[in-house]
Design a protein around this ligand. Sequence first.
Ligand SMILES: Nc1ncnc2c1ncn2[C@@H]1O[C@H](COP(=O)(O)OP(=O)(O)OP(=O)(O)O)[C@@H](O)[C@H]1O
Ligand SMILES: Nc1nc2c(c(=O)[nH]1)N[C@H]1C(S)=C(S)[C@@H](COP(=O)(O)O)O[C@H]1N2
Length: 170
Amino acid sequence: MLKIGIVTISDRASAGIYEDKSGKEIEKFLNENIENKFETVYKLIPDEFDEIVKTLKELAEKKCSLILTTGGTGPAPRDVTPEATRMVIEKELPGFGELMRMHSLKYVPTSILARGTAGVVKNTFILNLPGSPKAIKENLEAVWAAIPYTVDLIGGDYIESKSAFRPKKK
Ligand SMILES: Nc1ncnc2c1ncn2[C@@H]1O[C@H](COP(=O)(O)OP(=O)(O)OP(=O)(O)O)[C@@H](O)[C@H]1O
Ligand SMILES: Nc1nc2c(c(=O)[nH]1)N[C@H]1C(S)=C(S)[C@@H](COP(=O)(O)O)O[C@H]1N2
């Protein structure tokens, strides 16, 4: 069955200082946009480089076709999610981050602070989203249409989604 990893990277949420609303927002978006059966694997970790790398590798080895991370993409000293993601991926897909930042300008001028990227390791596609709960939908609505086809191309499990775009086969 289609497996999707949700990784919340937040010092405060992982310490129990606040509830992880962003992970829940990701789950909600997936439930609203995927029509076939899928299971999620959820991880809540602090902004620690080694822990992020370990978690992403573990979820890729568990055959998640898609991993969505939230948090740690900004300029603060402990924000290292894009660097950790680059340690794991074999191929970067910079268009996802570019489009998310451009689209998010419509909501906040600080969208240019997000450094999130995306890329592929074996049959897993990893995408970094910003940490704020409201940023989840704002960013996923920008790039979701391209995600199911990306997962097709890398040999991941099929994602059935009315909001996806798949180019017609010739
Ligand atoms: N997982 C989360 N759940 C709920 N609110 C969050 C989460 N992550 C971030 N936020 C909220 O979004 C705001 C902006 O995110 P910010 O970049 O400060 O957090 P972060 O660096 O991702 O998290 P942290 O400081 O805990 O590591 C935060 O002040 C916080 O209120
Ligand atoms: N759509 C959208 N993008 C957004 C935001 C937002 O609220 N909405 N917040 C911005 C802010 S304030 C920051 S600092 C960066 C990085 O957030 P992160 O460090 O929590 O990942 O995402 C940016 N991108």
